[in-house]
Design a protein around this ligand. Structure first.
Ligand code: ADP
Length: 558
């Protein structure tokens, strides 16, 4: 038994592959881009928030420094010692200077100095150092003039002596409503700027004119704010001035984070794609294997079914053969019985001869010795007995002849005599019923090439079948008709039976085909064989209406 796996198709339909590839490319582009965009936005938002917090903290710290130093200037502007020095019009006052120095020390300012109404410095915290302001005239400075004009002044500038930049906070000193001097606190923001510079973001304090004053990027001082491209810029106003504190935070970090996130997303998408592709491939492989197995199973089932069918056919044939064998055996038994019966018949016919001859002899003697006074009837009876013994002798002769083995040599046989002999052998069948019997007029010398025993066997068989076929027939008849020419003689035997249908006609000359309970289905087969042996044939004529079967025996004329 061979099993061939049916064709298993090779996975997903081809049109799906480009769609999957396009989707994968789309995913690989969109997911990282979207991740980049969202992450950057979130990171920038976080940066902005952090920058705002930083800016507010720094503004608060700066405001508190300025408030403290303003407070120093305000307090000093009403200090009695300071006012007294100015009233006295002293050119220099070391005591006040020392006081200012102490105060500077405590309040962490750069310089504190006192000017009279003309702008000349009369006391300064650096009075005892080489860069002392005492004696210097700063009347030209904006902060001085602002203070004289409006009470307070403020200027971020470079120191003319120190050359160091810083914020000058000025407050006027009045005596009876008249300005008699100005106290100035200079604050330097180096420390603050250094602290700011430690952070990655840049801090700027912008003045009224938008120029950078205090900054973590000293080289940008006194310049306008640089471009904020790639930066998050946060502005916070300072109290009590038009100054603003600006914090610029680079967004590079946010972009780096976004880039990292996008890269990770791309990696995840790629890994996901690889895992999905591997899973899909595995699923396709599994599906292919399942299909192949299903096809193999189906083939196997087909093969098993085919084999089962073949086996059952074989079994059926074997059973039929067995039945044929059984039938054959019983037919052989029957044939054997008939053969035995034939031998017995021949024996009986032979044994009858002797007593029959004796009866005849005695009957003849009896007739010859009849006394003259014997009645006519007695003589007739003896004559009839003699006739009867003759007839019995003919019958036993025929029986013995019929059961004699055929010689196998063909010679001219009188057709009429053969017919007469077979009529005698089948006479018992006709005695029971009043059957019409038509015989042909045959010339005595009409001979056929045959063997008388076997020719009689054919005729007896045809006549017996005709009798059998008309068992239940209301008006039975048998008609024998003959025709001949120089070469052949044809004899037909027709009856008034049911005849044969197409199926019966088809299996007519098949061995053992019989519809009779005691039949063997061999008679016609043997008869045809004999006829063909004689150089003739035995056939069935096509059915014609108004009559039963017609068998046609053709023989060579002798
Ligand atoms: P058997 O007489 O033992 O059945 P035969 O070979 O002589 O064997 O006949 C075979 C069968 O042919 C008969 O059983 C019968 O069915 C059919 N048959 C023969 N002769 C006739 C006939 N004259 N009419 C109808 N059927 C016939």
């Amino acid at each position: 038994m061979s099993v061939t796996a049916r064709h298993a198709d090779s996975g997903s339909p081809p049109f799906r592959r480009p769609v999957v590839i396009a989707l994968s490319i789309l995913l690989m582009l969109t997911v990282p881009l979207a991740t980049w965009h969202l992450t950057e936005r979130a990171a920038v938002a976080r940066l902005t928030q952090a920058a705002l917090a930083t800016a507010q903290t720094r503004a608060l710290a700066l405001d508190s420094i300025l408030d403290r130093q303003r407070a120093v200037a305000t307090v000093l502007s009403v200090d009695q010692q300071v006012v007294a020095t100015l009233r006295a019009g002293r050119l220099s006052d070391p005591d006040v200077s020392a006081k200012l120095d102490l105060l500077r020390e405590e309040t962490q300012s750069s310089v504190i100095y006192l000017m009279d109404a003309s702008g000349r410095t009369v006391a300064a915290s650096n009075w005892d150092r080489p860069e002392s302001f005492v004696g210097h005239d700063y009347g030209f400075r904006d902060y001085f003039q602002q203070a004289i004009r409006q009470g307070t002044g403020q200027e971020y500038a470079l120191g003319t002596v120190s050359g160091r930049h810083g914020l000058y906070l000025a407050h006027d000193i009045r005596d009876a409503g008249r300005p008699i001097g100005v106290i100035v606190v200079k604050i330097e923001f180096d420390q603050l700027e250094r602290a700011w510079a430690r952070d990655s973001d840049a801090t700027f304090v912008l003045g009224d004119d938008d120029r950078v004053l205090i900054t973590s990027r000293p080289r940008l001082r006194f310049q306008t704010l640089p471009s904020s491209r790639g930066l998050v810029t946060t502005r916070v106003p300072l109290r009590r001035s038009d100054w603003r504190l600006v914090v610029q935070t680079p967004t590079a970090g946010a972009r780096r984070i976004a880039g990292l996130a996008a890269g990770t997303a791309l990696l995840v998408v790629l890994l996901g794609g690889i895992v999905a592709a591997l899973t899909a491939a595995r699923m396709r492989r599994t599906a292919r294997q399942a299909r192949a197995q299903a096809a193999y199973r189906a083939d196997l089932e087909d093969a098993v079914q085919a084999r089962t069918r073949a086996l059952s056919d074989e079994m059926r044939e074997r059973k039929a053969a067995e039945q044929r064998l059984i039938r054959l055996q019983s037919d052989l038994v029957q044939a054997n019985k008939l053969a035995t019966l034939g031998q017995i018949t021949a024996g009986v016919a032979h044994e009858l001869n002797q007593p029959l001859a004796t009866i005849r002899l005695l009957a003849e003697n009896g007739r010859a010795l009849l006394p003259a006074q014997a009645t006519q009837a007695t003589g007739d009876n003896l004559t009839r007995i003699i006739g009867m013994t003759d007839r019995i002798a003919v019958i036993t002769d025929r029986l013995r002849g019929f059961s004699r083995k055929a010689t196998g040599t063909l010679q001219p046989v009188s057709l009429d005599q053969a017919i007469q002999a077979s009529l005698m052998l089948t006479a018992s069948r006709r005695r029971a019923s009043a059957m019409r019997f038509d015989l042909p007029e045959l010339p005595d010398d009409l001979c056929v090439r045959a063997e008388s025993v076997r020719l009689e066997q054919i005729l007896v068989n045809l006549l017996t079948n005709a009798h059998d076929a008309q068992e239940d027939c209301a008006a039975p008849w048998i008609r024998l008709a003959a025709s001949w020419d120089t070469d052949a003689v044809t004899l037909t035997v027709t009856d008034n039976g049911p005849g044969l249908d197409a199926e019966g006609a088809a299996r007519l000359f098949t061995p053992f085909a019989t519809d009779k309970p005691q039949g063997m289905g061999l008679g016609l087969v043997i008869s045809r064989d004999i006829a063909r042996d004689f150089g003739g044939d035995l056939t069935l004529d096509p059915a014609s209406p108004g009559q039963g079967a017609t068998f046609r025996l053709t023989l060579r004329r002798a």
